[in-house]
Design a protein around this ligand. Structure first.
Ligand SMILES: [Zn+2]
Length: 71
């Protein structure tokens, strides 16, 4: 199910990281994902019950998943 957030709200929201970049709904791979993706650092913030959780601790960084030495 796609996240439906007001464009007005999206305009206000910004990445809590140092870049403070605007966020976009979904991910490049899955526009319907219940996440907000930072347009700068690529961190993904979960949206719980329609409420964006903009916490760095909760964020998922794409590069965190890429392991140089995979098991
Ligand atoms: Zn960011």
């Amino acid at each position: 199910m796609a996240v439906t957030l007001d464009q007005q709200l999206l305009d206000i929201l910004a990445c809590p990281s140092d870049d403070h970049a605007p966020l976009r709904v979904g991910t490049p791979d899955d526009p319907d994902a219940d996440v907000l993706t930072c347009t700068e650092c690529g961190r993904r913030y979960p949206v719980t019950d329609g409420i964006p959780v903009l916490l760095l601790d909760e964020a998922e960084h794409p590069t965190d998943r890429t392991t140089a030495d995979s098991p």
